[in-house]
Design a protein around this ligand. Sequence first.
Ligand code: BTN
Length: 249
Amino acid sequence: MNFTVTALDVTDSTQSEVKRRATAGAPEGTVVTARHQRAGRGRRGHDWWDAPGQSLLVSVLLRPGGSPRVAPQLSLVGGLAVADALADAASVAARIRWPNDLLVDGRKVCGILAEAASDGMGRLDHVILGIGINLNQTGFPPTLRERATSLGLVTGRAYAAEPVLAAVLAHLGRRYAEWRAGGFAALRTVWLERSTVPGQLVRLPHGGEGPAVDVGDDGVLLARANDGRLLRIVSREATEEVTAHAAGH
Ligand code: BTN
């Protein structure tokens, strides 16, 4: 895939900027970065805080076509690509917490937001993959302090955004091509090796938590409920779909 990168100083959110460009017909591979976002967004309606110039803030436009049902898989593909990139650019072995947080020593070093839009005729129009990597922060606001870290804190080195961006885009291009050729099934084994599944505790849609057991060829997480049932969890977003899975899996 060819990437066309626009580097902004300040914007509301690179997600919003790429969304505007997608709506105006921008092609797959459109990439926007920023040094600072005034209204950065996280998953489930959360804000995404950044200290100006300390993070890699990037959004990438993908147009895979096909069914909207595959959109959640792209956030897993994104998580894997960033794990590859952190190993490559910083020799940091991050773990993927389903669906796509990247953790080092249990603390979050990167968050990913996948926002999908369909074309009104039942097909996927685009997915915008938003990636926020903590590069050089030496401290975080009190609400994040216990849960966040940065590449700098982990390795004691300073990171320029450009080489990390280059690694992210190179690995994303490669993993996306593998996904297009073979679906999530082609990435499932390596994704599992890099992830906190099995064992990760996940919030269950009808309350409580349960351990993740496995991820399917379709990227759906299997988690064990308190009553022993296995649940299929498609995504943690509001439109969560959960169905009882065949007993005995
Ligand atoms: C999360 O963990 O909740 C997802 C965070 C995603 C943050 C990135 S930063 C670049 C892009 N622009 C945004 O407004 N959000 C994503």
